[in-house]
Design a protein around this ligand. Structure first.
Ligand SMILES: Cc1cc2nc3c(=O)[nH]c(=O)nc-3n(C[C@H](O)[C@H](O)[C@H](O)COP(=O)(O)OP(=O)(O)OC[C@H]3O[C@@H](n4cnc5c(N)ncnc54)[C@H](O)[C@@H]3O)c2cc1C
Length: 442
């Protein structure tokens, strides 16, 4: 067994960066051998969680080589793949055959294991729930060397702790889930402008029958324009409605260097936000699914825009009844700070269909707001102030985006104590641990 190299590793935010010993098992057997050998480790998918959830200085298990489709049923759309399989590869292979993932996050550069471990949500949460709701079963390599099949009807408690469990119950080796039939690779997109927060929330409520909805929100506008937004509704285009000439698929470009810190300031962000609001022309168009679902993937390594200090994303969800007051308070505070980000996103979460699978799953019925901030002392202090507003409204923060929250904020996860008990039973020595789990005492 060659010595494991130590490399400087980070999540997507490049904050924090930690020296981690890395192991790269090329399949399930090698992953199990690493689990048997190491006293403390965590799985790393494709590093698209923003913070330190996939980092363990003692041993970080790179799962990308454990990839590949093992079975596909073209009648039901059921797909079995290794956990390191990239969503981007599934989309490339299966969209031409008429299948699309049932839930997708805002980047396709994630692994299936990472999607389950964070129980990711998409723009269709109000109708489809989170990814875990579509998982039939998964194989989990646990601390004592066994591989356990976990499903809603088999090792159900462990299944519930693993969907959204941030890799802390074991290493997901493979999973089976149902893909969704689509007729074309196009999305019918309807764009609407909303002059303020109340208007965009009213529009979200009135458009629940659209499969996909998301609003870009101008986080620096104030007064009557607080929360002005461009709402984007979407549905998979049928073959009958798709235009004869397909819309262009933009080529991805790369951000080749770190922007200097001063390039991102209240003036450049304000100018961008004003421009973006005006550019969001109301109307209906047909767009390729890649720019629709993954607009940021068009600039590879866009995280470098935030400079060498890195960024953190602040993503919270507020219960429906508290959303209007809570969002007003959050946006007021963010606009007053002048910090804020180029792309701030608002989504409406629904009641997940059926029982919510994950004990630590982030979504709840209500509104979720996500903003990127440069990782500076001032912005970290602002985030702590925002936490107090979220806590006052009984909202919670998303672990997949977190790099800095205080452990107190975990109290808004109602499944936390059950999660802890299941983890203690399956992994009494706490073999599976991340920098995040230690920071939060998870
Ligand atoms: C631009 C961008 C947009 C995003 N949009 C969304 C969005 O719309 N909705 C959303 O929900 N999320 C979103 N995310 C977050 C992202 O979907 C999640 O963080 C996801 O978990 C990343 O997957 P990954 O494979 O890169 O996993 P990593 O980031 O490497 O790991 C994330 C967690 O999964 C665990 N993990 C990974 N693989 C395994 C495995 N095989 N077994 C056990 N545990 C494992 C890790 O230990 C870690 O705790 C976005 C991220 C980016 C960068």
């Amino acid at each position: 067994m060659p010595a494991a190299p130590t490399v400087l590793l980070s999540g997507w935010g490049r904050f924090p960066r930690l020296d981690c010993r890395v192991l790269a098992p090329d399949g399930p057997d090698a992953a199990r051998a690493a689990i048997a050998r190491e006293a403390s480790l965590i799985a790393f998918g494709n590093g698209r969680a923003y913070g330190d959830a996939a980092l363990n200085p003692a041993a970080t298990l790179l799962m990308r080589a454990n990839a590949g489709v093992e079975a596909f049923d073209p009648v039901t759309g059921r797909l079995t793949c290794r956990a390191g399989t990239m969503l981007a590869d599934l989309i490339t292979a299966f969209v031409p055959q008429g299948w699309f993932p049932p839930v997708t996050p805002g980047t396709r550069f994630v692994t299936v294991g990472g999607m389950i471990a964070a129980d990711v949500h998409g723009k269709n949460h109000h109708g489809a729930g989170s990814f875990g709701a579509h998982v039939d079963w998964l194989d989990l390599a646990v601390a004592d060397g066994r591989v356990l099949r976990c499903a809603p009807g088999e090792n159900a408690e462990l299944f519930a702790a693993t969907c959204g469990g941030m890799g802390l119950t074991g290493v997901i080796l493979r999973a089976c889930f149902a893909m969704m039939p689509v007729q074309t690779r196009l999305i019918r997109q309807e764009t609407r402008r909303a002059s303020g927060l109340a208007a965009v929330m009213d529009q979200f409520e009135a458009t629940q029958d659209w499969p996909y909805s998301v609003a870009w929100i101008d986080c620096l506008s104030r007064g009557a324009a607080l929360g002005r937004s461009v709402l984007s509704l979407g549905a998979h285009a049928t073959a009958a409605e798709a235009p004869a000439a397909p819309p262009p698929r933009p080529r991805a470009r790369r951000m080749a260097f770190d922007l200097p810190g001063f390039a991102l300031n209240r003036w450049s962000v304000r100018a961008f936000n004003a421009l973006y609001y005006r550019a969001g022309r109301p109307g209906t168009t047909w767009v390729d699914l890649e720019p629709y679902f993954y607009p940021l993937d068009a600039i590879l390594e866009w995280n470098r825009i935030y400079g060498r200090s890195g960024l953190f994303q602040y993503q919270c969800v507020l219960p429906l009844a508290a959303s209007r007051a809570g969002l007003t308070a959050l946006l007021d505070r963010i606009a007053a700070s002048g910090a804020g980000s180029f792309l701030s996103v608002l989504k409406r979460f629904g009641n997940a269909p059926g029982p919510c699978p994950g004990l630590l799953s982030f979504p709840m019925a209500g509104y979720t707001l996500a903003l990127d901030f440069r990782a500076t002392e001032a912005n970290l202090r602002l985030a702590t102030e925002l936490d107090a507003i979220v806590a006052d409204h009984e909202g919670r923060l998303y672990l997949a985006k977190d790099a800095r929250m205080h452990p107190d904020m975990l109290r808004f996860y109602p499944g936390l104590e059950r999660f802890r008990a299941i983890r203690q039973a399956i992994d009494p020595t706490g073999k599976f641990a991340s920098a995040q789990s230690r920071r939060l005492g998870l």
